[in-house]
Design a protein around this ligand. Structure first.
Ligand code: ADP
Ligand code: SF4
Length: 684
């Protein structure tokens, strides 16, 4: 039953000649499947339509071979041979009553053309927009601009033939040739496409008009545009920047899809931004156009979403990450199952997969990218043929997810945890600055477990092998996690170090609140883990009154956070809080740091040492239990199987439950392959 306060979210809305059935709009986002793994891509999007997203958009789709984004598997609609694949995708989305949208794009100075070998194109002869790539863009002549327009028209025609309802013109994220023509920074032309604002917006206007002509009132045309780039002038105009573009084109598209650039701002993590963080930038758009506006901002709260539509701040609620974490978010709101929403935690593990060009993974939703490959459905539980009893030791992400899936299948589950609170590492890490949303991993799962008549959860229950054997369950799942090492072993050093008399603190010490045991007022947080935890601990200690130096043997701060788009924000945050930064400093001996570049040695001296390195599985019970009840009744899940990120623990818990219920092996999956029909013809 829909809460009357949320009913506005289910009102249809006209988008040009079409009507979207509700206000939930799954915006274009990279899936990592792209054209190379289309079955996975199609299933992922169909699930969103099934979950109630009234419009489901397909990610950036290369219009022609001179916009080759390899090694990122985007979508492609280069020629007629791609149409069949897109038609299947459209049908899969529409079969659930949703509108299907396609984001046509030419990457311009962000394309690489490494597989096609064609020149990278842009408004001016300048290096491409990736300083690390030794490649320049060619400034397009007028005939090349005409050819680009023709290839965009041809792609729009193919998109129409494939059956898409909404055809995008893409000018966002600094990832589009149209943005490159708009910006004074990248457009240094002196002809009718450069110089004045009217000249620089000319190509965008022409492409919009071309696309509207192809759409011919039978399809809607959306314009995706980044209205601002926080902290950076966009080089669009001297004053209004993005606003001038919206004013100039206000009534031209059928739909405005607005956001902020670059991608690290658009996909900001929860550590650095709250729900709705883009609204201060995009709010003005509704006052400039009468056309419907969709915006994003990691929206997961139905009250907030409804207030945005009621107050005329947005017409449609855009979701990329919220739709990955919970493809059934709209349906749950419609049915009044608010507590069942699997809220995005804003961790950007999904984004990190795109850095590698791989199918998206999600901390909250272990079934994403497995819809086709393993036939995993995010909401339809497995149903167990036998009703057996299971003892899950450990109520961290792995144990809770395993228990949830077992219970949903109709099994009986007892969970025991030695701690005073459920959640394992997420409960503890959530106390670090900016990581409060980590608790959602626990809360979503606890909601089900606490309501299940077949579940018992015991805290303060440290289980020994004899307790487990005496319990007599049909199976035992060890989800006992991992401990941080304090012996010097980390990502760059596999040998134990002798720290002599020095008391070395680990993240577990900090997370368990043993800060008062620190003898000195200054601390070194030594990061040989290279993800988020060391920087978050450094910030926490500094805020707690310590004078902290963050030190790492690698040249970069929190190296892997580049993949979650957080690295520069982390550096800024540490700097703001007064933490000093020491890259290229390696622990040597018991109490010295060696500069990796100069060989200079400095003493740790009277400073606390917090060592953030490798972890070791807490799996000591395994052998004893095996001896008592036999190996075939025991399963290991999560960090106690292999220490990893939270997403990996949730995935492991999920997979373990499935293997218990129906014997699914970890190798049970189908292999996807690219399918295109027909041969390429010359563009246009
Ligand atoms: P994961 O990420 O794999 O879920 P966590 O470290 O988050 O692992 O959670 C492991 C949980 O297991 C912790 O809450 C810890 O208290 C609990 N635990 C570890 N050993 C035992 C044990 N012998 N008996 C009961 N609980 C245990
Ligand atoms: Fe949200 Fe993290 Fe899932 Fe991405 S991986 S959708 S940020 S929970």
């Amino acid at each position: 039953m829909t809460d009357p306060g949320h009913a506005i979210l289910f009102e249809p809305i006209g988008l040009g000649p079409l009507t979207a059935p509700n206000r939930f709009y799954a915006v274009p986002h990279a899936t990592g499947h792209g054209w190379t793994q289309p079955s996975g891509a199609i299933a992922l999007r169909a699930i969103k339509a099934e979950g109630g997203w009234g419009t489901v958009a397909v990610q950036m789709t290369e219009i022609a071979p001179d916009s080759d984004m390899a090694n990122h598997p985007m979508e492609r609609i280069w020629d007629d041979g791609d149409i069949v694949r897109h038609s299947v995708q459209v049908e899969a989305i529409k079969s659930h009553g949703s509108l299907a949208a396609i984001e046509l794009a030419h990457g311009g100075m962000r394309a690489r053309n490494m597989t096609t070998g064609l020149p990278v194109a842009g408004p001016s002869h300048l290096p491409v927009l990736r300083p690390e790539v030794p490649c320049q863009a060619r400034g397009m002549g007028l005939s090349e601009i005409r050819a680009f327009r023709a290839s965009h028209r041809a792609a729009a025609r193919r998109a129409k033939d494939a059956g898409y309802d909404i055809i995008y013109v893409y000018a966002a994220h600094d990832l589009s040739i149209l943005s490159h023509f708009l910006s004074k920074n990248t457009n240094q032309r002196a002809d009718q496409y450069g110089g004045t604002f009217d000249n620089r917006i000319r190509l965008l206007r022409e492409v919009l008009e071309d696309t509207l002509e192809i759409a011919a009132g039978e399809r809607a045309v959306a314009l995706r545009f980044s209205v601002s780039e926080p902290g950076k002038p966009m080089g669009l105009t001297s004053g209004g920047e993005g606003r001038d573009v919206v004013e100039a084109l206000s009534e031209l598209p059928d739909l405005w899809d607005v956001n902020i650039a670059g991608w690290s701002s658009d996909s900001a993590t929860a550590r650095f931004s709250d729900e709705g963080f883009q609204l201060p930038f995009t709010d003005f758009v509704k006052s400039v156009t009468t056309k419907p506006v969709v915006g994003v901002g990691r929206f997961t709260s139905p009250d907030f979403m409804a207030s945005l539509v009621k107050n005329g701040r947005l017409d449609l609620i855009g979701g990329a990450r919220p739709s990955i974490a919970d493809p059934f978010l709209p349906k749950k709101i419609k049915e009044g199952r608010i507590e069942e929403i699997r809220e995005c935690i804003g961790c950007n593990i999904c984004v990190s997969m795109d850095s590698y060009g791989l199918p998206v993974r999600c901390t909250q939703n272990p079934t994403v990218s497995e819809e086709w490959r393993r036939s995993w459905h995010p909401e339809m539980p497995l149903i167990s043929k036998r009703r057996r009893s299971h003892l899950v030791i450990g109520a961290g992400p792995a144990g809770l997810e395993c228990a949830r899936v077992l219970l949903a299948a109709g099994e009986k589950v007892t969970i025991a945890d030695s701690s005073s609170e459920p959640g394992g590492r997420v409960a503890k890490e959530a106390r670090l600055p900016g990581l409060a949303t980590w608790r959602r991993v626990r809360d979503y799962r606890l909601h089900f477990i606490e309501r299940s008549p077949d579940a018992d959860l015991y805290l303060h229950s440290s289980m020994a092998a004899s307790d487990i054997a005496d319990f007599g369950s049909d199976t035992v799942v060890l989800a006992t996690g991992a401990k941080w090492r304090g012996d010097g072993v980390g990502a760059t050093n596999f040998q134990k170090r002798d720290f002599g008399e020095r008391r070395v603190f680990t993240p577990d010490d900090i997370l368990e609140g043993r800060i008062e045991e620190m003898a000195f007022e200054e601390s070194i947080v030594y990061d040989d883990d290279h993800f988020y935890i060391a920087s978050a601990i450094a910030e926490a200690l500094q805020r707690a009154g310590q004078r902290v130096s963050y030190v790492t043997p690698l040249p970069q701060i929190a190296t892997w956070t580049d993949n979650t788009l957080e690295q520069s924000r982390i550096i800024e945050r540490l700097d703001e809080t007064g933490v000093s930064l020491g890259p290229n400093l390696k622990l040597g001996g018991s109490s010295v740091l060696t500069n990796c570049l100069t060989g200079e040695i400095s003493e740790i001296g009277s400073r606390n040492l917090v060592f953030v390195g490798a972890r070791i599985p807490v799996d000591g019970l395994r052998q004893e239990i095996e001896a008592a009840i036999g190996a075939d009744r025991i399963n290991l899940a999560g960090d106690c199987l292999v220490p990893g990120i939270i997403q990996a623990a949730v995935y492991s818990g999920h997979q373990t439950a499935r293997s218990i219920i129906e014997g699914e092996s970890k190798f049970d999956f189908k292999r996807d392959k690219a399918w295109i029909s027909g041969a390429r013809k010359s563009p246009a």
